[in-house]
Design a protein around this ligand. Structure first.
Ligand SMILES: Cc1cc2nc3c(=O)[nH]c(=O)nc-3n(C[C@H](O)[C@H](O)[C@H](O)COP(=O)(O)OP(=O)(O)OC[C@H]3O[C@@H](n4cnc5c(N)ncnc54)[C@H](O)[C@@H]3O)c2cc1C
Length: 586
C-alpha cells in the first residue's frame, strides 16, 4: 500500500493541521522560491542569511522517517511528547525500505543449537576489527529481542517456517540468526509497519521538508532547526530537542546501493552544530550490487543471503574468488569479500576488470526466495536461474557518524542522533550484516526515552533562545565531479597520493553557495562529509575493516586500535580532534 496514503501527510498546503498539533507561532503566505531569494536579498543579507517565513514548535523534532526516526518518534509520542517528524522526500523514502537480508537477532527458543546473544556479540566484535565499543555492542545486541518483539507488536510480519520465524545466515555470522520478511524485502516490511502505525496514531510528518541547520542558544545548546518546505520557503521549527535520524551517505560515491536521499545531511548538520563525528573513514562497500555497464545512482543490491543459501563468487575466467582467502569463504565479512573482489578485478581474469559473477544457479526456487533480486536481474536482462549474476562492490553503509552514546545523546545539549547517521560504537571498522535495522530499532527507542528524561530533569534549553546561524553560504563541489573523485580515490584501496589528489580537487572546486534549495543543501552536506572522510582516511596509515590502504596494507594495532574523532574548525573545515594529532603537534 502507498506510504503516502497510510500516513497523516502534512505538506505545505495542509500545514495548518501541523500547527494545531504543535502550536503555530506565525503563518505565512506561500512564497515561491524566487520570491524567497528576493526577500533574502531585500533584507540586505550580505552574508546570505536565511530569513524564516514560517515557524512552529514541538518538544522533539525528529529529522528522518526511516527505522530510527519513526521508532523514536512513535516512542516519544507514547511518552507524551509533542513530536514533529521532518523528512525531505516521501515518508517511506530512505535506506530502510531497501534493506533486503533482514534483522540479526537471537530470539529466545528460536535459534540454532549453541547460538546465543553472546555469540552474536562476539561476531559483531570480530567484524568490527577491534574498533567496536564493547559496552555499546553488548547493550544494543542485548536489546534486540525486545525491539523485534515491539516491532512485531506494531504489525511487522516476518517470514515463518514450520511455525517458527525463518532464519538465514549472512557474512560474518556464525549461525542462522537473520530474520527476514517478504523473502528479501525486509526493510519494506519494517518501514510499512512503522509508517502504518504513524498514520494510525496521527503522528505529524512534514514530507518534502529538508532540514538545513540547527538553531543554537548563546550557550551552544540546540533549540530547533531551520528547514525549507517543498517550495523552498524557509521556516523555523523550535524545540528543546532535535533527533537526527537522516540515514547514510552512499551518494558520496558514483556507485552505491543507497537511494538518492542518502547524502549525509545529518552528519553535516551535526558537525556544523559543534558535534563530534567518529569512524567516518569506514564506509562499508557491499560486495555485490548488480553490475550494469554505465549505470549511475542507486544500484540494485544482490543480498548476502544469496551467498548464505549457497551462491558462489567467480571471476571472469570462472575461478572462485574467495577460495583460500578466508575460512568463511564466500561468507567472510563484507570488507574481506569486497577487497578480494577488488583485487581480482584489478587482475582482469578473462579480460573482465570491472565486475565478477555470482553463481546462484544452484539455488532451488530462487525467484520465490529472492523476489526482489530476481526482479532486478530480469529488468537488467539477466536470468539468475540460468546465468551467473554480474556483480561489483558499491558504497553501502556508513559505519561511522555522529558520535553518540547508546541512548543517542551527542556532545551537544539538545542534539541526539540515531540510526545510520550515528556512531554508537556498534559497528567499529566494519558493520556485521543486518545489525543496522536492529540498531535503529534499539537506539531509536532509547533516544526518545533519553529526550523525555532530559526534558523532565530540565536539562534542555528554552527553544525561544535559539538563533539560526549567521552563515548562509556553504562550500559546494558539483556532485558528479565529487562522486567520481570519491569512487576513484577514496573507495576500496586508498593511498596517500590518491587521497591527497581528492583533497586538492575538493579544495580547488569548492564554490560558496547559498543554502536556498534542496539540491544545494545536499551538495553542501556531501562536500563537507567528503572533507571529513578524506581527512580521517589520510591520517589512518593502516588497513582495518572497510578502510583498505594499498600503501599501508597491514593492520597496526599498537598505533591505530582506536577511533578518530572529527569536528569542524572555527573556519568550518573538518579537522581531527584525536589525541595523537595533538601529541604530534606538540
Ligand atoms: C540496499 C540496502 C540493503 C540493506 N540491507 C540491510 C539489511 O538486510 N539489514 C540491515 O540491518 N540493514 C540493511 N541495510 C542498511 C539499513 O537499511 C540502514 O542502515 C537503515 O535502514 C538506516 O535507517 P535510518 O533510519 O538510519 O535511515 P534511513 O532509512 O535512510 O532514513 C533516513 C531518513 O532521513 C531523511 N532525511 C535525510 N536527510 C534529511 C534532511 N536534511 N532533512 C529531512 N530529512 C532528511 C530521509 O528522507 C529518510 O526519511 C541496507 C541498506 C541498503 C541501502
Amino acid at each position: 500500500m502507498s506510504h503516502r496514503a497510510a500516513t497523516q501527510v502534512i505538506d505545505a498546503e495542509a500545514k495548518t493541521s501541523v500547527d494545531r498539533e504543535i502550536e503555530p507561532k506565525r503563518r505565512v503566505t506561500r512564497t515561491p522560491n524566487t520570491a524567497t531569494r528576493a526577500a533574502n536579498t531585500a533584507t540586505g543579507t550580505a552574508n546570505m542569511v536565511m530569513v524564516a517565513r514560517w515557524e512552529a514548535r514541538a518538544d522533539l523534532v525528529v529529522l528522518g522517517s526511516g527505522v530510527a526516526g519513526l521508532t523514536a518518534a512513535l516512542r516519544a509520542q507514547r511518552l507524551g511528547l509533542r513530536v514533529l517528524v521532518v523528512t525531505k522526500a516521501a515518508v517511506g523514502d530512505g535506506n530502510t525500505r531497501w534493506a533486503q537480508g533482514g534483522v540479526a537477532v537471537v530470539l529466545e527458543g528460536e535459534h540454532d543449537a549453541g547460538d546465543s546473544v553472546d555469540r552474536h556479540i562476539a561476531d559483531t566484535l570480530t567484524a568490527g576489527v577491534g574498533l567496536c565499543d564493547e559496552d555499546a555492542v553488548a547493550a544494543i545486541i542485548a536489546g534486540g529481542p525486545a525491539a523485534v518483539a515491539r516491532l512485531r507488536g506494531l504489525g511487522a510480519r516476518f517470514d515463518a517456517r514450520d511455525g517458527l520465524l525463518a532464519r538465514t545466515r549472512e557474512g560474518g555470522h556464525s549461525a542462522f540468526r537473520v530474520i527476514h520478511a517478504g523473502g528479501d524485502a525486509t526493510g519494506a516490511e519494517v518501514e510499512r509497519a512503522l509508517v502504518d502505525t504513524a498514520g494510525a496514531r496521527g503522528l505529524p510528518v512534514l514530507e518534502r521538508h529538508i532540514a538545513v541547520d540547527t538553531l543554537r542558544t548563546p550557550l551552544g545548546a540546540v533549540a530547533g532547526v531551520t528547514v525549507l518546505d517543498p517550495d523552498g520557503v524557509p521556516g523555523v521549527l523550535r524545540a528543546p530537542a532535535v533527533l537526527i535520524a537522516t540515514g547514510g551517505l552512499g551518494q558520496l560515491y558514483q556507485a552505491t546501493s543507497n537511494p538518492e536521499v542518502a547524502t549525509g545531511d545529518g552528519l553535516a548538520l551535526a558537525l556544523r552544530a559543534g558535534a563530534l563525528a567518529a569512524d567516518v573513514e569506514f564506509v562499508q562497500f557491499h560486495p555485490t550490487v548488480l553490475y550494469v555497464p554505465g549505470a549511475r545512482g542507486r544500484c540494485p543490491l544482490v543480498t548476502e543471503a544469496v551467498r548464505g543459501e549457497g551462491a558462489v563468487l567467480v571471476d571472469g575466467a570462472g575461478a572462485p574468488v574467495m577460495r583460500g582467502v578466508h575460512p568463511l569463504g564466500d561468507l567472510a565479512p563484507r570488507d574481506v569479500v569486497s577487497a578480494a573482489i577488488t583485487r581480482r578485478m584489478a587482475a582482469a581474469p578473462g579480460g573482465v576488470d570491472d565486475h565478477v559473477f555470482l553463481d546462484a544457479t544452484g539455488i532451488a526456487g530462487f525467484a520465490t526466495r529472492f523476489p526482489t533480486v530476481h526482479a532486478a536481474c530480469r529488468a537488467a536482462g539477466v536470468d539468475p536461474v540460468r546465468d551467473p549474476i554480474p556483480v561489483a562492490p558499491a558504497a553501502h553503509f556508513a559505519c561511522g557518524g555522529v558520535a553518540t552514546d547508546t541512548a543517542g545523546r551527542t556532545e551537544v545539549r539538545g542534539l541526539y542522533a540515531a540510526g545510520e547517521v550515528a556512531r554508537t560504537g556498534l559497528h567499529g571498522a566494519n558493520r556485521l550484516a543486518s545489525n543496522s535495522l536492529l540498531e535503529g530499532l534499539v537506539v531509536g527507542e532509547r533516544a526518545a526515552e533519553a529526550v523525555a528524561a532530559d526534558l523532565a530533569t530540565g536539562l534542555l534549553a528554552d527553544p525561544r533562545h535559539g538563533r539560526a546561524p549567521e552563515r548562509g553560504l556553504a562550500g559546494v563541489v558539483e556532485r558528479d565531479a565529487l562522486q567520481r573523485v570519491m569512487i576513484r580515490y577514496a573507495a576500496i584501496g586508498r593511498d596517500a597520493e590518491g587521497l591527497a589528489v581528492a583533497g586538492s580537487v575538493l579544495a580547488l572546486s569548492t564554490v560558496d553557495t547559498p543554502l536556498w534549495t534542496h539540491e544545494a543543501i545536499e551538495d553542501a552536506a556531501l562536500t563537507l562529509v567528503a572533507g571529513a572522510l578524506l581527512t580521517a582516511a589520510a591520517r589512518r596509515t593502516e588497513s582495518r575493516g572497510c578502510h583498505v590502504r594499498t600503501d599501508f596494507p597491514e593492520r597496526d594495532d599498537p598505533g591505530w586500535r582506536r577511533s578518530q574523532l572529527v569536528r569542524l574548525s572555527p573556519s568550518g573545515h573538518p579537522v581531527l580532534a584525536d589525541p595523537v594529532l595533538l601529541e604530534g603537534a606538540a
